[in-house]
Design a protein around this ligand. Structure first.
Ligand code: AMP
Ligand code: FE
Ligand code: FE
Ligand code: ZN
Length: 296
């Protein structure tokens, strides 16, 4: 059924980047898929940070809401002082290297969040327990969960205010966490049969993604660039499109939906059906979940 699905027939939007509460979104995976259905999104990728914990529930919701679900992940990586996010689609979640790396990053993130909370706790009545209460069990913990704890305590009005102040990297409490090189993340995704795409490559200005580094990632098996994302400044998109042409990379678009945790709206940026078809053909790790009503 998957193999014979005619992607050119697809009507509705394709949004290849969304977070559930398995990481730092506020929707359960079921709610995420329902939001997709309510937003004229026909295909949604669930791409939680460093975890596949939301896949099974999102897959069940696919059938219920008639939305095609693409299992994915957003890997945290790091080059020098820069954080680089690599999206991986249609991986085999049982790939030993993939499993080991995501558990390692999640462990690093947990230690880092505890260190940040300890520092913040010197100046504000914040305790680790508040962060636990603000997170779904087993979620990949990040600054958004600390933000939610600060909101619950009435210290800040919302996540964005927390990020602009206490949680800002220059806010006085910031702690980094160790993460693999982007090249390593790309290789692990490929090894797991997945398809790697750089998330919001110009999010902090084009200097964040130098050409030399891109060449290394292409050599490692990079497949695409997420050009159409609200965090990529307009003036950098042309450069990204040129690099995509130069290296024969696909260009994707997506919302980076985080539920009520971020202003990004589901389906606000989209990916072309032909690009989705190329991603699906490239993948060997897993397949999209296509509900009977979508397969028609
Ligand atoms: P961390 O990975 O723990 O350093 O936290 C960064 C994550 O926080 C990103 O992946 C975003 O999803 C989220 N984030 C960044 N800025 C904001 C913001 N202003 N409001 C809400 N969430 C944000
Ligand atoms: Fe996030
Ligand atoms: Fe990201
Ligand atoms: Zn994201």
């Amino acid at each position: 059924m998957q193999r014979s699905f005619d992607w050119s027939r697809l009507s509705g939007r394709i949004d290849l980047h969304a977070h559930s509460n398995a990481s730092d979104g506020t929707d359960t995976p079921t709610e995420l898929v329902r939001t997709a259905a309510d937003s004229d999104v026909a295909v949604v990728a669930i791409t939680d940070h460093d975890t596949t914990a939301g896949w099974a529930e999102a897959g069940l919701a696919a059938e219920r809401f008639g939305v095609i679900v693409v299992p994915g992940v957003e890997f945290s990586s790091q080059h020098e002082y820069r954080s680089v996010h690599i999206l991986g689609y249609l991986l085999d979640e049982h790939s030993p290297a993939f499993l080991a790396e995501r558990e390692r990053i999640r462990h690093e993130r947990l230690g880092r969040a505890r260190r940040m909370v300890e520092r913040i706790g010197r100046d504000y009545p914040l305790h680790w327990q508040h962060v636990v209460e603000a997170s779904a069990e087993g979620a990949t913990i990040g600054r958004p969960h600390i933000a939610d704890a600060l909101v619950a305590l009435g210290i800040v009005p919302d996540r964005s205010a927390a990020f602009a102040g206490i949680l800002h990297w220059r806010g006085g409490y910031y702690q980094p966490h160790r993460a693999p090189e982007p090249e390593h993340a790309v290789r692990i995704i490929r090894e797991a049969g997945g398809v790697p795409v750089i998330a919001h490559p110009a999010a902090r200005g084009r200097a964040m993604m130098e050409r030399d580094e891109l060449v290394k990632l292409v050599d490692a098996g990079l497949f695409g660039l997420e050009v159409f994302h609200r965090d990529n400044p307009d003036e950098d998109r042309e450069w990204l499109m040129e690099r995509a042409q130069e290296f024969d990379l696909v260009t994707t678009g997506s919302s980076d939906w985080h539920g009520s945790g971020k202003p990004n709206r589901m389906g606000e940026n989209t990916t072309a059906p032909a690009v989705l078809a190329r991603i699906i053909n490239e993948a060997t790790g897993s397949a999209p979940v296509i509900p009977a009503q979508a397969a028609g």
